[in-house]
Structure formats: C-alpha cells, structure tokens
Design a protein around this ligand. Structure first.
Ligand code: GDP
Length: 431
C-alpha cells in the first residue's frame, strides 16, 4: 500500500505564504481533517478554494487545492495547502498532517513518484532539478527545453525505433525464410543507420546545451586602437576594459558575460594583433591567437580603411568600428553614438543559433543522458559493422538490444534503484 507523503514545498522561513503538499491515497481525507471551505464554497478538484484551516491548536484563513489521480504532478491524489507564511503556521500544519496519517516526504520524493507513475521520464525529472537549481536565464531555458516534450519525444522515438527493429529481427530469426530475411536485413540496416544519425544529433545537442549553459564565447579581434575595448564596454553596457588612445593598452585577454535574448555570451577582449618587441605585449598577442581557437564567434574589428586580421574557418562577423567618424564595410558600429550595437547583438544571437542542430528545442542537458547516448551510439555502430561486414544478424541483435537498453535508461525505462537514489537525493524535500 502506497503511503501518503507530506512536506513543506516553499523555503523554510518567513514569507507571504507557505505551501504544504500531500501526495498519496489519503491526501483528500487528510486535507479534509484540517481544511474546510468557507460557507457557500465547494471544493472542486484542481481548483484553489478559500477556507479555514484548523490544525491542532492553530487556525488560519488558507487556500487549498485537491488534485485527483491521475491529473496531478505525481499522478496520485494530491493536495496543497497555502497558509500565511509564518514558519510557525507552516510547521504546525505539517505536524498536524503527519499526526493524521501522512509521513514526511524524502528529498525529491514527489518527483520520484511522478516518474514511477509514468508522468515524467527520468530525463524530465532531472530537468525539474535543473530548473530548481538554475541561476541564469540561459540555464532556465536549457532546463525548460529538456523538460518540454520535444526532447523526450525524440528520445522515446529513438527507443521505439530500436525496439521495432529488434522485434522484426527476432521474428526473422524465428521464421527463417531466406528471402524474407534478406529483405528485412536491408530494410533494417537503413532504419538502424537513420537511428544512428538521430543519436549523433542528440549527442551534439548536449554539446550545444553545455555551451548554452556556460555561454557562447565571442572574441573581439583587431589591430591596436581599432576600438576593441570600447566595443566590449558598449556591449556590456558598463566600463570593464581600459580605453586609452595609446595602442597596446590591453595586454591580456579580459572576459565578461552578458545576456541577449536569453542567451549567455562570454565576451573576450584581446590584445591588438600586431608585431611588437614588448615582452608582455607579445604574451598578450600569443593569448589572443590562442583565443581564436577556443572562441565560438569572432568579431573582426577594423576602422574604415584599415585592414582586418587575416583569420578564416570560424564563425566570423566583420565589424567596422568608429562609424561616427567614417563608414566601412561589414556591420558599422560606433561605441560613441551606439549605432549598430543592438544590430550586432542580434547578429551574434543569430550566428550562435544558426549552428544549432535542432531547431525544435531538443536539448540534452544532463551528463548522465549524454554518456548513455554515447554508449548507445557505440553499440549501434557495432551492430551496423556486424551487419555490413558479415551479415551476422544474431550478433547485431545483441548490440541493438544493448543500444536500446542505454536509450531506455535515459528516460528511465529500466533504471535501477541506485540510479533513482542518486538522482532524487539531490532534490530538496517537498519537490
Ligand atoms: P583597442 O586598442 O582596440 O581596445 O581600442 P580602444 O577601445 O582602446 O579605443 C582606441 C581609441 O579609439 C580610444 O581613444 C577610443 O576613445 C577611440 N574609440 C573607440 N571606439 C570609438 C568610436 O566608436 N568612435 C570614436 N569616435 N572613437 C572611438
């Protein structure tokens, strides 16, 4: 028999309101033992109702909502009580619930129940954890993408595809009629190759997701005095880099983050690229060149009429600086008048977005899912090798089953107790 759990879901302390949650078969009974709607009001499932709370020696004007299974977060009967946010009221209410049939929830137990009842996949449960822990817009958006259906749908699609191929193979092994088997094999090989491509794209979405989390690196490159430091300050909207008319002022790389349209950018100001005998400056130039390798986008900056550094092979945006003095080619910007600055930010955003493999919001964010994807990919490659090399169907079935198990583990189709404990123990109580 499943127990009914209770916990305070809002932070402990004083606030405007505090929320205490219940989940499990006795939620309704326990709620009704302490909460009565105001006269004339009726409790309807999924509707917040105003009423009176009487929990032992305390009383409060409170609101409560009852969710009937399976239409709730956990998939079980659930209730929420919104009390006035004195910690004393919240604690007394929770104690009352615990005395009347509920037990205290463990960390992440509500979400664990949501997973166990099939409401959400394991990857989505992890995304809930990421959302709670998110500290930037970019992290919130990445976690939300992982939580919203598209990512799970893609993973479930790959999983179903693998099971489909496996079952058609199993059937062929059971009924070995030559030509049927051959036809199946060539058809299946096509399907497996398609699944491999989808797994590769999924893995790449993690690499992108990681970038979204840590920020898109944008290096500003140009000759001394091109206006790099001024542009950095203007993009950041505050003074960070030192601006002087003396060439060679930025001797090291400087980096700062800013957000545009919810995307996090790491802006890197570099030493001007030119020949110099100054030892410190040479080191700065060496670092600037190294930055060219690690940057995702390069802003190639030059004043009108001056030459741009000769770099190729990256996502490059050509920018003409000091447009208040003279116009040049590429995008004209002025750190003095502000001309072109918003356009440049938009262009950086579009350039960063254009490299993404998935348009539809498929992002793998957890390290666990990523490593399972890579393992599935390696198994599927082995399966393809076996089929192409020796047409060994029996052996490739083994590899395909392995791949299916790894993909299944991402959504938690066959996750063991240890995995679940590792994931849910990181949650707070009440989630
Ligand atoms: P860096 O050496 O490439 O980092 O260039 P700085 O940002 O230090 O700028 C060099 C000089 O150009 C400074 O005297 C700036 O005031 C000036 N400068 C930079 N950007 C602009 C601009 O958009 N318009 C004008 N008129 N002057 C600028």
């Amino acid at each position: 028999m499943t127990s009914t759990i209770a916990a305070q879901s809002t932070p402990v302390g004083r606030g405007a309101i505090a929320i205490i949650r219940l989940s499990g078969p006795d939620s309704e009974k326990i709620l009704k033992s302490c909460f009565k709607p105001l006269s004339g009001k009726k409790m309807t499932a999924s509707h917040l109702t105003l009423g009176t709370l009487e929990a032992g020696e305390i009383k409060d004007r409170a609101m409560a909502v009852l969710f009937k299974a399976p239409i709730s977060y956990t998939g079980e009967d659930m209730a929420e009580i919104h009390v006035h946010g004195s910690q004393e009221i919240a604690t007394k209410t929770l104690q009352f619930l615990l005395k009347n049939g509920a037990r205290l929830a463990e960390s992440g137990e509500f979400t664990r129940r949501a997973f166990l009842s099939g409401k959400i996949g394991l990857n989505e449960a992890e995304a809930v954890g990421d959302l709670i822990n998110a500290r930037s817009t970019a992290q919130i958006n990445a976690a939300y993408s992982a939580l919203s259906g598209a990512t799970s749908e893609e993973i479930r699609g790959i999983y179903a595809g693998l099971l489909d191929v496996i079952s058609s193979f199993d059937a062929a092994v059971d009924y070995p009629e030559e030509d049927v088997e051959e036809m199946l094999e060539s058809e299946a090989l096509e399907k497996i190759k398609e699944l491999k491509v989808r797994l590769i794209r999924l893995a790449r979405s993690y690499e992108e997701g990681a970038k979204i989390k840590s920020g898109i690196r944008v290096a500003i490159i140009g000759e001394p005095n091109a206006g790099k430091s001024s542009l950095m300050n203007r993009l950041l909207g505050r003074d960070r880099a030192i601006v002087t008319a003396v060439p060679g002022t930025t001797r090291d790389t400087l980096e700062e983050t800013f957000e545009h349209k919810g995307m996090l950018f790491v802006l890197v100001d570099t030493a001007g690229l030119h020949e110099t005998s100054d030892v410190v400056e040479s080191e700065g130039i060496r670092r600037a060149r190294a930055e060219l390798d690690s940057a995702d986008i390069i802003l190639r900056l030059a004043e009108s009429g001056k030459s741009r550094p000769d770099i190729t092979g990256k996502l490059i945006i050509d920018v003409s600086s000091k447009s208040d003095i003279a116009k040049g080619d590429g995008l004209n910007v002025s750190s003095v008048s502000g001309e072109g600055i918003e356009e440049l930010k938009d262009l950086m955003f579009e350039t960063a977005s254009s490299g993404q493999v998935y348009g539809g919001g498929v992002v793998l964010t957890s390290e666990r899912s990523y490593s399972l994807t890579l393992r599935a990919l390696s198994s599927i490659k082995d399966a393809i090798d076996e089929m192409e090399r020796a047409s060994l169907v029996d052996l490739s079935i083994i590899y395909l089953k392995e791949a299916a198990r790894f993909v299944g583990d991402i959504i938690g189709a066959s996750a063991g107790e240890d995995t679940l404990n590792a994931i849910f123990s990181k949650f707070c109580v009440g989630k």
